[in-house]
Every structure is written in structure tokens, then in C-alpha cells.
Design a protein around this ligand. Structure first.
Ligand SMILES: Nc1ncnc2c1ncn2[C@@H]1O[C@H](COP(=O)(O)OP(=O)(O)OP(=O)(O)O)[C@@H](O)[C@H]1O
Ligand SMILES: [Mg+2]
Length: 367
């Protein structure tokens, strides 16, 4: 049985990836908790609109800046906190504005960009891409936060693959022909727009009073000075993601669809040259102690009706355990026998420190 300790030793960044709803946020939080308990200064970056992490840590909410979780919250749950646990919930729009603030060469450009209608549209759209903003945040934490370990939770539902591609896509965007044309010194008015387009913009301004052309050109002029900064960030994060001190843990449940997605994701990781650390298989059903026949005398003791129900539940649980074991075996073979850490299905959701402490104990193999 593998302990997660073997998978994260000497690592500085752990990415918890996997398909929707399998327990990425739970795993990231429990991992952070466990590593912090052992003495590290850890930050868990979560992308958790449902605020489940904040709730399970007993907080109303987590902001866009790392917030230290009070160690006393863990006392009484078998976790002695020797290091520090910090956490944040990514706020994409805020992160994007912060990024612009960082990159803007001066106050005037910053104000010009922030007040620009095109920026306001674009920033909401780009900020909607959580992969992009997660990357920007990582860059910041890596550079400016003095953390020993960054644990990154990846976005729900959206394919974690987008996350892998984000740095390259960003760089590609700025090197692309479309944007380079916009950034050319002559600006929009001259070469790019034909005469008729220019007329259309003029008409638009006359009718609506909004000078689209002016907005667009001011925006791109201001942005032009920031391209190098964007590209440098994307490059650094790409390097960080493929660094030997980074590891990707694929989180999955032992059900059919997540297992297939885990296999696919593993292949993509390998193709992208990203370091794969191992699997966390969460919510595994364990075979019941009662296997087959009920213990002799049970029916007499609890009555026939209850004994029948016990037998039925035991049979159902055994079937689930068998199904999980088969899916797990398929997963192991497909990935060439990778390190696997198993976390059993709990009767309750993981919604508080106690639940997280349980998951932590299973991750470290000391449950
Ligand atoms: N081992 C477990 N036993 C029982 N419930 C669990 C277990 N692990 C996670 N859960 C529950 O499953 C739900 C989904 O977990 P979580 O939010 O961590 O998944 P996720 O992969 O981050 O989901 P999303 O893709 O939506 O972000 C939560 O309600 C959580 O409490
Ligand atoms: Mg999540």
C-alpha cells in the first residue's frame, strides 16, 4: 500500500487533476493539511465556486489572497499542526486585474486599461477561463509567497487538459498574427481596416456616440507594452509545470467514466512531458465483513426483517466493492502499475475538519 508521502517527497508543487466530482478539492485540502501537519508551510489554491473547502475548514469564505488557517481548528482531530496551512479560493476577475496592475508600465496606462470598455469585456471573458487565472496566481505564489509547497486544485467539470495547455495558448495568442497586427505601431486606423470598415466605425460613432475604434486602439496600444510580461509569465509557469519538483496526481473514483478519463489524462500528461506522480483513487467501497451467509444466530437476535435487510445491504456493498476492484484493476493495467493511494468511501460527505482529517489519514496510510 502506497502512502502519499512517497509521491510528494521533495516536491514543491502538487497538481490534483481529474474529472468532475471525484474529490480533487477534498484531496488537495487533505494533502495540504497533512503536509502542513508535518511541518511545511503549505498553500492550497482551490478553484471551488461551491466553497466546499472553505466550509470544510469551518470558514465562511476564502479570499483571493492566501489566508492562514488557524491551527487550533485541527486540535481534537488527531492532527497536530507543526507547520502552517494557508488557503485561497481563486477569484478570476481579481487575479486578472492584479496581473494588469503588475504589468502596466505606469499608473496612467493602468487606469486607461481598467477604464477601457474593451478591457472590461475582455477581462470578464478571459477571467472566465480559470486555467488562465490559476496560472497567473501560481506564478505569483511561486515568486512572492515563501511557501514550501503549493497544492493546486484544478477546475471542476472543465477538462484538466485545458489547464496543461494554458501557458502555451497564452503565448500563442500574443505571438499570433491577429494580435501582432493590432499591436503594430501604425495602429488600427491605417493598414488593418479598409476604407469601408473605417466608415462603418465612423457611422457607429455617429449613431451610438461610442467610439469603438478609439476604445479598441487605446486598449491595444496599452496592452502592447505588456505582451512581454504576459509571455514571460506563461513561460515561467510552463517551466514550473514540467519541473521535476512538480508532480501531477490524478484523482479519480473507481467508477467507469472517471477511470476512462484518468487513463486519457495520463496519456496526455505523458505526451506533454509533465511529471506524473501517481493515482489517488477516492471513494472506494470496501467489501463488507459479512460475506455471504449471515453470522449464525443473528436472525434470532435482531428479528427476521432486520436480518434480511442486513443481508441485502451486505450483498449490495459486496457488489459495489467487486465493481470498484474490477475498475481499479483495469486502471492499474492501463497505466502500467502506477503508485496508487486508496481513500475509501465515507458514509458522510467530507464537509468538516474531521472528514478532511480522515481523508488525510488514508492518504498517509495511517488511518
Ligand atoms: N471519500 C469520500 N467519501 C465520501 N464523500 C466524499 C469523499 N471524497 C469526497 N467526497 C464528497 O464528494 C463531493 C465531491 O468532492 P470534491 O468537491 O472534493 O470533488 P471535486 O473533484 O473537487 O469536484 P469538482 O469537479 O466539482 O470540483 C463532495 O461533496 C465531497 O464531500
Ligand atoms: Mg473541486
Amino acid at each position: 500500500m502506497t502512502s502519499v508521502a512517497d509521491l510528494i517527497a521533495d516536491k514543491r508543487m502538487i497538481v490534483c487533476a481529474g474529472s468532475g466530482g471525484v474529490g480533487k478539492t477534498t484531496t488537495a485540502a487533505a494533502l495540504g493539511m497533512g503536509a502542513a501537519a508535518l511541518g511545511a508551510k503549505v498553500v492550497v489554491v482551490t478553484i471551488d465556486p461551491a466553497r466546499r473547502l472553505a466550509n470544510s475548514l469551518g470558514l465562511r469564505e476564502l479570499g483571493n489572497e492566501p489566508q492562514r488557517i488557524d491551527s487550533s481548528r485541527f486540535t481534537g482531530h488527531g492532527v497536530e499542526m507543526r507547520g502552517e496551512l494557508w488557503a485561497l479560493t481563486l477569484d478570476p476577475k481579481r487575479t486578472f486585474d492584479d496581473l494588469i496592475e503588475d504589468l502596466a508600465p505606469d499608473r496612467r496606462t493602468l487606469e486607461e486599461v481598467l477604464a477601457n470598455p474593451i478591457y472590461q469585456q475582455l477581462s470578464s471573458a478571459v477571467a472566465g477561463s480559470q486555467e488562465f487565472t490559476a496560472i497567473a496566481k501560481l506564478y505569483d505564489l511561486d515568486l512572492h509567497g515563501d511557501f514550501d509547497l503549493l497544492v493546486l486544485d484544478t477546475p471542476p467539470s472543465r477538462s484538466a487538459l485545458d489547464f496543461l495547455d494554458a501557458p502555451a495558448r497564452l503565448t500563442g495568442f500574443f505571438h499570433g498574427r491577429g494580435i501582432m497586427a493590432f499591436l503594430r505601431p501604425a495602429g488600427l486606423g491605417g493598414r488593418i481596416l479598409g476604407h469601408s470598415t473605417g466608415l462603418a466605425f465612423a457611422l457607429l460613432r455617429k449613431v451610438t456616440g461610442v467610439d469603438v475604434l478609439e476604445d479598441v486602439s487605446v486598449f491595444f496600444r496599452a496592452l502592447g507594452g505588456m505582451v512581454d510580461g504576459f509571455v514571460a509569465r506563461a513561460d515561467r509557469v510552463a517551466a514550473l509545470l514540467s519541473d521535476p519538483a512538480t508532480t501531477f496526481l490524478i484523482v479519480t473514483s473507481p467508477r467507469h467514466d472517471p477511470v476512462e478519463e484518468a487513463i486519457f489524462f495520463h496519456r496526455r500528461l505523458r505526451e506533454a512531458g509533465m511529471p506524473f506522480g501517481g493515482l489517488v483513487v477516492n471513494r472506494v467501497h470496501e467489501a463488507p465483513v459479512i460475506d455471504g451467509a449471515l453470522p449464525p444466530g443473528l436472525a434470532e437476535e435482531v428479528g427476521d426483517a432486520l436480518a434480511t435487510r442486513v443481508a441485502t445491504s451486505a450483498r449490495e456493498l459486496a457488489a459495489l466493492a467487486t465493481r470498484d476492484a474490477a475498475n481499479l484493476a483495469h486502471l492499474c493495467v492501463s497505466l502500467g502499475d502506477p503508485p496508487i493511494v486508496i481513500v475509501p468511501e465515507r458514509r458522510d460527505d467530507v464537509h468538516d475538519v474531521e472528514g478532511l482529517a480522515h481523508v488525510r489519514a488514508h492518504l498517509w496510510g495511517d488511518a
